[in-house]
Write a protein that binds this ligand. Structure first.
Ligand code: F6R
Length: 256
């Protein structure tokens, strides 16, 4: 298969979210209609919230049997209690899993939604178990990604190896600062570590959809699209090694 890269520029966040949801919906239903399972790699953060809203709406049709639909998250803070409102577990429950289950009860998030545990005493073992879970499900069919202002994907910060697997990482100062907005800008309250899928794990997904929205992403997106080979200081640039990547940006992020 040849390399397929597609870049869509949408007018604004709303249009980006709608386009992205339709993209994901088509992939999910194409598999499920052929009685194949579908594993969707999901991201948290501000960017995919609109996508999830639209996607729930599209999947609300109860004739769609979601019993073979699975989600696997990119990352979770460490340490982090599942019940903590800042956890990515709660984010997923609130923005996607519960609304989807309510709209279409053939999806049961407690069985079909996977996210690394931020409460384990043995994070290294958790990382291995997580990789194994993905493998047991047959791998990720489509991975949704946001991008950090420093070019991270998942929590693979600059310097991450392209062959890295799910592991415990220390968040970069840029990431701690960017995400402290969820902690009323109090950096001292922000977790400094996370469990993240590795770049190697992400690059094994069958297809990748990267979303970027807003002026804060303009500078990193300009750098990313200007590269013709991966650069370790910009982790998202390893997507250049993947055969099937789609970017959906809004005008602000694209700088056009
Ligand atoms: C989230 C994740 C991160 C975010 C990135 C962008 O699970 O893995 O890589 O996608 O930090 O975050 P937002 O969308 O909040 O700008």
């Amino acid at each position: 298969m040849g390399r397929f890269v597609s870049k869509h520029i949408e007018a604004d966040y709303e249009a980006l979210s709608e386009e992205a949801a339709l993209f994901v919906y088509k992939r999910i239903t194409a598999a499920l209609n052929n009685s194949k399972p579908f594993v969707l790699g999901v991201a948290t953060g501000s960017t995919p919230i609109g996508l999830y809203q639209y996607l729930v709406h599209l999947l609300a049709d109860r004739r769609i049997d979601l019993s073979k639909f699975y989600t696997v998250n990119l990352d979770e803070y460490y340490p982090m209690k599942q019940t903590d409102s800042h956890s990515y577990y709660q984010y997923m429950k609130f923005h996607f899993w519960e609304p989807l289950q309510k709209a279409n009860p053939t999806f049961e998030y407690e069985v079909q939604g996977f996210i690394p545990s931020g409460e384990t005493d043995n994070p290294e073992a958790e990382c291995l178990v997580y990789e194994e879970r993905i493998k047991q499900r047959g791998g990720i069919d489509l991975q949704i990604l946001g991008i950090g202002v420093n070019g991270h994907i998942g929590f693979n910060e600059p310097g991450s190896s392209p062959s890295s697997r799910t592991r415990v990482v220390t968040l970069s100062p840029e990431t701690v600062s960017a995400n402290s907005r969820f902690y009323k800008d109090d950096i001292s309250q922000m977790p400094k570590k996370a469990i993240t899928m590795g770049l190697g794990t992400i690059l094994e997904a069958g297809e990748i959809l990267l979303l970027a929205s807003g002026k804060s992403k303009e500078s990193i997106m300009r750098k990313l699209v200007a590269l013709d080979k991966p650069d370790q200081s910009l982790p998202a640039s390893y997507l250049l090694q993947h055969p099937r990547v789609t970017y959906i940006l809004d005008i602000d992020a694209s700088g056009t």
